[in-house]
Design a protein around this ligand. Sequence first.
Ligand SMILES: *Cc1c(COP(=O)(O)O)cnc(C)c1O
Length: 388
Amino acid sequence: MHDLTRCVQHPAVSHEGFASLAVPTYRASTIVYDDPQSFARRAERGLDGYTYGLHGTPTTRTLEAQLTDLHGGVRTVLVPSGQAAVAVTMLAVLLPGQKVLIPDTVYPPVRRLCEDYLAPRGIEFAIYDPLIGDGIAGIIDSKTHLIWMESPGSGTMEVQDVPAIAAIARAKGVLTGCDNTWASPLLFKPLAHGADFAVEALTKYVGGHSDLLLGSITVKDLSLRKALKDVLRMLGIGVSPDEAALALRGIETMGVRMAHAGRVAKDFAERLQASPVVSRVLHPALPSCPGHEMWKRDFAGSSAVFSIVVKPEFKDRVYPAMAALRVFAIGASWGGTHSLIAPMNVESDRSVRPWDASESLLRISIGLEEPGELWADLASFLAAIAAT
Ligand SMILES: *Cc1c(COP(=O)(O)O)cnc(C)c1O
């Protein structure tokens, strides 16, 4: 063999005895075939077969299968981000003339998706109170084809009655999807509570280290999986095996990371209720949190994201006081090892449950730093707010 050919063709080596605990990262665009017949008939391999790198590799399929098991579904599809997971689900099931219902507390880019992308293309949307519960029956009309849920809600943490909404939707032939990013499948399983789509931003707790972007959609019906894969194939969307490999590494430690950070977050949430600058603490495990009863009934615990509301008289002090933070970083994409704090502009994203603009909401994500040091950092931040 000529050296130039030798450079292109990798020698086969033995895998005998190589039993690694890590999932190999298989990179591929091209998939090669043994003979022209199997190449010509590659479509017959179906959605679980391998035909082209964009449609799946053993690395991405391993992560999909792991998420499917955790959710108790039948298939999972990976997409490049959590936002893509919501968008692909909506594009897979909604046609012009149909309507999606979204909760007022939805992840704000999903509201933008409905307003600025779906609506101009003839797909209607309506916004509902996340605490509507079985009142959802009153707003389902003949156009309604999908009900979106996100529990707890972005920023303000209202816990939804997923089983009630899903049961009513099912009885009326309406599909339901639930953004489960806060809980992950460890703390809540939307499919077991009646939803048709369970969506995760793997970017958050599964990735766990603020270094990857990935989303997933898990279903319990193969025809819904086909609808999702059709969108991905036609829009040319796939995910990198490198991102999937990072997520496969992250998911191994997700349980201990979430249990630890969740415990610290709950402790901080309880203690913050006594702060003189805080009017309310929004954490699903606190009885004062809207929907707390649903959290107690349906969830196996709480993750490490919650919010505090700063009293109106201190609102102007919040931004300057953030200069006092030494351990917490200022940023949005939570679920990593670093603790984060993010001031949120809630009023611009509420139309059904109005938000008093004089109140200032800070979303907190607890990471893996030493809890005493984290608490001292929060305490000096709150002291800086109180100092006038
Ligand atoms: C972060 C987040 C998303 C979006 O995830 P990306 O991977 O950043 O696109 C969607 N839903 C919720 C609830 C989130 O917190």
